[in-house]
Ligand binder design. Structure first.
Ligand code: C2E
Ligand code: CA
Ligand code: CA
Length: 449
């Protein structure tokens, strides 16, 4: 079939075996393997690499090339002769493993790759640690459409990003995620109109005083009779369906409406709203934000917009212009998921943000990992140098809280205090929290009481 476009399978060169193909060659290779007569079990793996020692990387200016060189060498040594891979982007590698005795072998391969890639290595004289995660889609279980298999592996890799073992095998139950590519967008359009969506609020606590100073608005959607749809999926559906502006506007207005109520009842909190990257391209954004503030009479200084770090690099100059316009309104800006993107110090210096949110990825294991502790310390010190407030996400226990306090973090957000709550539940939570705080005043802060 299409196999003729492949290079000779294994040129017996002097160096290590060559498994790397171009994007197109790999897709053709996959098509060839799954369409040939008597095709055997084949797995498609999508591996996403996240660099953990990002700050060292920034300081050392480690090139993507050096990291690719390392991962290629490692894969060339680990893979069987028949396996191939291609770089789909700087931090995404797709692997095709044909002729498997059974599908369990794809899991073994994933575990082997993950355990090797977890080991720190030196690139351009600096230590680098990767945090890879792998999504697996198995042929023939999932059909013989190559693009479908690639899509399933991609979805599985997103799920893998959030689980302990670092890999996930695509299951038909994961289908809800595939709705991104099919029908749910129509439902979402209706849901926005039918008020099926809800905005919940998660408290952010001053680590020194224990007071709740601000809340983050987080979207919630459970279509009638269906399972909860994760916010990340919801946002992708909205982006793909061209509904992201409508949705964001709705979230912003709802959040400000509730905040106005909180302020009127004496709950003095600021509100943080997530801004999807695409919204920064909307030239009318500043007017939209100003109007929403005016309607609900919330002071601009009480609103923070959270933007993800990846956005900086995508389109730095035009993002910068937009962020400066937003700042002119008097609102605050926060850099979300800090540590997972690719921002460099040079960018950070020019970026008009007031806050860094340290990603949950670095907080989760902080008290078991010297690496993570050092990384978080570096981020906090860095933030202090730039006069930025730091918020740690995903604080689930007292040890983590204590450690972050010792490291000089300003605010914490996480299940230790509360999940995201509906507006009425938040009001109740707040009053209980305040009275608990008063009771324990004079002694140490006991956020759980
Ligand atoms: P994010 O902005 O990083 O939000 C923090 C996420 O961490 C939330 O997940 C929150 O529920 C979760 N979280 C908070 N504390 C803890 C903890 O102690 N442990 C653990 N394991 N998780 C914790 P959620 O609500 O599922 O949202 C996921 C992502 O979806 C958000 O990540 C954000 O990127 C996006 N998102 C959520 N709501 C909105 C929204 O209204 N607009 C936009 N554009 N994106 C949203
Ligand atoms: Ca956020
Ligand atoms: Ca995050």
């Amino acid at each position: 079939m299409i196999g003729h476009s492949l290079p000779p399978p294994h040129q017996s060169s002097i160096s290590a075996r060559q498994h790397q193909l171009t994007h197109n060659q790999l897709v053709n290779f996959l098509r060839f393997e799954i369409n040939k007569a008597e095709a055997s079990a084949t797995a498609v793996l999508i591996m996403k690499l996240r660099r953990a020692k990002r700050l060292d990387a920034i300081i050392g200016d480690i090139s993507t090339q050096s990291i690719n060189h390392y991962t290629n060498q490692l894969l060339d040594n680990l893979l069987r002769d028949a396996d191939h891979y291609a770089h789909f982007s700087d931090d995404q590698i797709c692997l095709v493993l044909p002729n498997l005795a059974n599908n369990a072998q794809s899991i073994l391969a994933a575990i082997k790759i993950l355990s090797e890639l977890h080991k720190p290595f030196i690139a351009d004289d600096y230590p680098v640690m990767l945090r890879p995660h792998i999504g697996i889609a198995n042929f023939p279980e999932l059909g013989s459409d190559a693009s479908q298999l690639l899509m399933y592996a991609d979805i599985a890799s997103d799920i893998a990003a959030t689980n302990e073992q670092g890999y996930h095998v695509y299951q038909p139950e994961d289908h809800i995620k595939t709705e991104i590519y099919s029908g749910l967008d129509i439902e979402l359009g209706k849901a926005i109109k039918a008020n099926e969506l809800h905005v919940h609020y998660q408290p952010q606590i001053n680590i020194q005083t224990g007071r709740c100073l601000s809340i983050e608005a987080l979207i919630r959607w459970t279509p009638p009779g269906q399972r909860v749809i994760s916010p990340a999926t919801l946002i992708s559906i909205a982006e793909n369906a061209g509904l992201i502006n409508t949705l964001t506007l709705w979230i912003l207005n709802t959040a400000l409406r509730h905040t106005a109520t909180f302020l009127k009842t004496g709950i003095d909190v600021s509100i943080s709203v997530n801004l999807p990257p695409k919204m920064l391209k909307d030239k009318e954004l500043p007017q939209i934000v100003q109007q929403a503030l005016d309607i609900w009479e919330v002071p601009a200084s009480q609103l923070t917009l959270e933007i993800t770090e990846s956005l900086i690099i995508d389109d730095f100059e035009s993002s910068l212009t937009m962020l400066l316009r937003l700042r002119e309104l008097g609102i605050r800006l926060s850099l979300d998921d800090f540590g997972t993107g690719y921002s460099s110090l040079a960018y950070l210096k020019r970026f008009p943000v007031q806050e860094l949110k340290i990603d949950i990825l670095f907080i989760r294991n902080i008290h078991n990992s010297r690496e993570d502790t050092n990384l978080v310390r570096t981020i906090i010190d860095l933030a202090k140098n730039f006069n930025l407030t730091t918020v740690a996400e995903g604080v689930e226990d007292q040890e983590t809280f204590n450690l972050l306090r010792d490291l000089g973090c300003d605010l914490v957000q996480g299940f230790l205090y509360s999940h995201a709550l509906s507006d009425t539940d938040f009001i109740n939570w707040y009053h209980q929290h305040i009275s608990a705080l008063h009771t324990s005043l004079g002694t140490s802060i006991n956020p759980k009481s």
